[in-house]
Ligand binder design. Structure first.
Ligand code: ZN
Length: 215
């Protein structure tokens, strides 16, 4: 199984055991890559490139298309947490930037957290942090997301920026960081978080997400 860090005997045995488990997606073949079979892994909407949103470079493994869109929706809204190894595996399969000192997951508001029970970006980010052997850093909180209907593009941008607040103490602890988000559409929340991190004193802010949707 693909996992450069699975070298302990226990991990090897766990990997061997998993390889006899049915694929999380088709349930027909056995698990090969991150709990899915080889065919299902190959049939994901791969993109594996850097795309641009709001002037920022975002590394992404996939497009937000079938079947990944359904998988992410079930994971986020129906607590189908069995998909977490697959989703984290997508990010771990990407070539990550060098010398990243910490991972910054996209924050969600307290209201969203209560409603959903977990922050999906934080869970994925924790797996990536483990893979890269760096800490999670959460220096920014997010206020309640308001309905943006009827606002102009500029009003929307400033509204989103105001949702992101620096958490005191406002001192930079890491200069080279990687933002992790689940799905990026317009990129405006990524830009708002990016601006906060630059304001804090970060010098290099990389961005990665599970999938990018067409605008
Ligand atoms: Zn399968």
């Amino acid at each position: 199984m693909y996992n450069p860090k699975s070298n302990s005997i226990l991990q090897q045995l766990t990997g061997l055991f998993r390889s006899f488990q049915p694929c999380q997606l088709c349930h027909a073949d056995t698990q090969h890559w991150h709990q899915v079979c080889e065919d299902c892994w190959k049939s994901l909407p791969w993109q594996r490139q850097t795309i641009k949103r709001q002037g920022l470079q975002i590394m992404t493994p996939c497009r937000y298309d079938y079947p990944l869109d359904r998988i992410i929706q079930q994971y986020k809204y129906q607590q189908q947490l069995q998909f977490q190894p697959l989703l984290s595996g997508l990010l771990c399969s990407l070539k990550q930037p060098k010398k990243v000192q910490a991972i910054v997951p996209m924050p969600i508001s307290t209201e969203r957290l209560e409603e959903r029970g977990f922050n999906q970006s934080l869970l994925i980010a924790q797996d990536l942090a483990k893979h890269l052997d760096v800490p999670i850093w959460q220096p920014v909180t997010r206020l309640k997301q308001r309905a943006q209907k009827g606002l102009s593009r500029l009003e929307r941008m400033s509204d989103i920026q105001q949702q992101f607040q620096l958490t005191p103490p406002n001192a930079v602890r890491y200069r080279n960081v990687l933002i992790v988000d689940d799905v990026v559409t317009t990129g405006s929340s990524i830009q708002a978080l990016h601006n906060c991190l630059i304001e804090l004193g970060c010098q290099q802010v990389h961005v990665t997400c599970l999938a990018v949707a067409e605008i």
